[in-house]
Design a protein around this ligand. Sequence first.
Ligand code: PAF
Length: 286
Amino acid sequence: MPTRDIAVARTVAALREAVAAWRGRQERVGLVPTMGALHRGHLALVEAAHRQCQRVVASLFVNPKQFGPREDFTAYPRDEAADLAKFRQGGVDLVFAPTVAEMYPGGFATTVQVGGIGDALEGAHRPGHFDGVATVVSKLLLQCLPDAAYFGEKDYQQLLVVRRMARDLDIPVRIEGVPTVREPDGLALSSRNVYLSPEERQVAPSLYRVLNDTAAAIGAAPASIATNLDKGLAALRQAGFVPDYLELRDAADLSPMSALDHPARLLTAALLGRTRLIDNIPVMPR
Ligand code: PAF
């Protein structure tokens, strides 16, 4: 069903019919899951999918299950017409935009929970969040059954949770990570950046600056990881953030690290006013 020149499937049946036709022609299919409010970070996911696949499906679904009771589900920015236009410009072949009732019909009772990787960091600060993500993403992967699905590294823990879930459940889809897209001043693109006041927007790039400063300090003095993380937290507070965490974790499984002896990820989440920002960067041993 075309909507302003882009095909939109509202049902799982319509999605499967389109994907089956492409599969029948041996075309590789890529899936880009989104909650809309699209920015260049999402379009980078679409571009990555185009580089590897002949057909690109994007999903557009604000998933109620991944929002906590005090989070912004109802306020989350929604503009389907604008999102469809962006997907069309990005050359997306099909948008899957189901209703909540199509995704979670009456009696829906299953939750996918990824232990370990999903428990710390965002999992600790947003209880239930990754259960909602893993549940919706496992459904999207099984509904579409693409060859590959694309996720931004900005949500690094989400990427690892999804990868673990797909492996554990034997879902035959490659999970691809795509580097974070940033504003020229370093702020990671996020649909929630629209919540920032002009003053907060000036301060927001400090999150990335502190990540880089802390990574450099840890690289220069790998024996002082804890001290440098404390200095980083202090720098965030000084800039005006209320940090939830700033942590150095194993890049492969997010386990805690006491020595920088293998690839790591420095991850942070912090409130700026009422907006919660997250970001992360790789840290390599020398
Ligand atoms: O990253 C997001 O936008 C969402 O968590 C995702 C992966 C689309 C699942 O709802």
